[in-house]
Write a protein that binds this ligand. Structure first.
Ligand code: NAD
Length: 437
């Protein structure tokens, strides 16, 4: 099939490369000419395992190409996916400027039947607006369909997730749209949920909000554990064995971050408020998430006492391992807080340092090339992102390098007994060792 993807970011580039790998002819378009120029030179703008190889392979076979001309992409394809960003506005609403802009561009450049598919995460009823935008801007009465096909891939395992999804969700209003999309996804051999557009839009917001709820739930339970001296990892394990609950998303820590959960929960709360339902549960989920970040910083304060002039070492900036994405990463809030309190901050992340430098723009931060360099001379070490390489550190070496053997683990990855035996003051979230005394 002839496909174009408008918006060549984490979702657009992965989807484009995967659709090409499945044998389709794919044009990835973006309004960032520098990104397109780099992609044409074979430079991949993001870190995503396996993506560079997949892109190069499909460019070589000419199934995948890049353009900054939306017109070109629209004219040459039958199915057009919109995969532009939908970030939060200040009031929490999803900013749909990009969606509107692309829909208008598609309408202006239509040259025959087009199936226009929302892949970006959008609030319910956005499909209606996309339809109106096309109708208001198309030059001739070419036929078209609008569909919703939300994406569920996770950064860090995006290609595997795209190729082996738990389900594919398709929201359609016509037989033609349904046939085109089911045909496109058939090679994936995943269950295809065919529904109406509004329900498809809601499946995405409801799914992300539910996952965020699980995280806030376990974080709330971790606070109880902290107070009574129970162990959240054991509580979560005991809960997760129940098939109705499952073990995923039951890891207590520093709260969720990233480019999806915070903005999607905000957008879901805002859209439900707007249509007259007060989603109190989700508002609490959001509040618990904020509290959890403060709780973690409280632990830093409690253990360092005075933060001013102390050196704090931070391991991990990206919002989760195996990605360079730092959008709404909790580490950024922590770094800003520590700097404000007058601490010296040293950081290391296996792939997000360049993005962090660009966003933080603070010349006082010391960016290190590995975890040991971070530890050298630091008054404490904070584990913020659980990259695999941090799980296998030589902690005897780390202990020698630190000014004081204080390890504050925001992800509950280390064994408290081992850490204690190594001579660390080991602080974690809602586990027995976190108890005072
Ligand atoms: P991104 O910021 O990485 O990519 C968006 C791309 O769209 C950028 O390259 C940008 O230059 C381009 N763009 C913006 N406006 C444009 C326009 N008017 N015309 C052409 N190109 C334009 O974002 P992302 O992480 O890929 O997310 C895209 C959408 O997918 C969002 O709605 C997001 O919520 C959703 N989503 C993201 C993930 C994820 O893990 N990142 C997963 C599922 C769904």
């Amino acid at each position: 099939m002839k496909i174009s993807i408008i918006g060549t970011g984490y979702v657009g580039l992965v989807s484009g490369a995967c659709f090409a790998e499945l044998g389709n002819t794919v044009i990835c378009a973006d309004n960032d000419p520098r990104k397109v120029a780099n992609l044409k030179k074979g430079e991949i703008p993001i870190f995503e395992p396996g993506l560079e190889e997949l892109v190069k392979k499909n460019v070589k076979t000419k199934r995948l190409s890049f353009t900054s001309s939306i017109k070109d992409a629209v004219v040459k394809s039958d199915i057009i996916f919109i995969a532009v960003g939908t970030p939060s506005l200040e009031n929490g609403e999803a900013d749909l400027t990009g969606i509107e802009n692309v829909a208008r561009n598609i309408a202006i450049n239509m040259s025959g039947y087009k199936l226009i598919v929302e892949k970006s995460t959008v609030p319910v009823e956005t499909g209606e607006w996309v339809k109106k935008t096309i109708l208001n801007n198309r030059k001739r009465s070419y036929e078209f369909d609008v569909a919703s096909n939300p994406e569920f891939l996770r950064e860090g395992s995006a290609i595997g997730d795209f190729m082996n999804p738990d389900r594919v969700v398709i929201g359609v209003e016509s037989k033609k749209a349904r046939e085109l999309l089911t045909m496109l996804y058939r090679p994936l051999k995943a269950p295809i949920v065919v529904t109406d557009i509004k329900s498809a839009e809601l499946i995405k917001h409801a799914s992300n909000s539910f996952l965020a709820t699980k995280i806030s739930f376990i974080n709330a339970v971790s606070r109880v554990c902290d107070k009574v001296g129970a162990d959240i990892n054991e509580v979560a394990y005991g809960m997760g064995l129940d098939k109705r609950i499952g073990p995923q998303f039951l890891c207590a820590g520093i709260g969720y971050g990233g480019s999806c959960f915070p903005k999607d929960v905000d957008a879901f709360v805002t859209i439900t408020d707007k249509i007259g339902y007060d989603f109190e549960l989700l508002k609490a989920v959001r509040e618990i998430n904020q509290q959890q970040k403060k709780f973690f910083l409280g632990k830093v304060k409690e253990n360092l006492w005075i933060i001013k002039d102390k050196t704090v070492g931070i391991l991990g900036i990206s919002f989760k391992p195996n990605t360079d994405d730092i959008r709404s990463a909790p580490a950024l809030d922590f770094i800003r807080f520590l700097l404000q309190e007058g601490a010296h901050v040293k950081v290391y992340d296996p792939s997000a340092l360049e993005k962090a430098k660009a966003v933080l723009q603070d010349t006082k931060i010391r960016y290190c090339t590995n975890a040991y360099e971070v530890a050298r001379g630091s008054d404490c070490l904070l584990l913020v992102t659980e990259w695999d390489e941090f799980k296998e550190l030589d902690f005897l070496k780390i202990k020698k390098l630190l000014k004081r053997p204080l390890l504050i683990d925001g992800r509950n990855v280390y064994d408290p007994v081992k850490m204690k035996a190594l001579g660390f003051t080991y602080v974690c979230i809602g586990r027995r060792s976190a108890r005072k005394g």
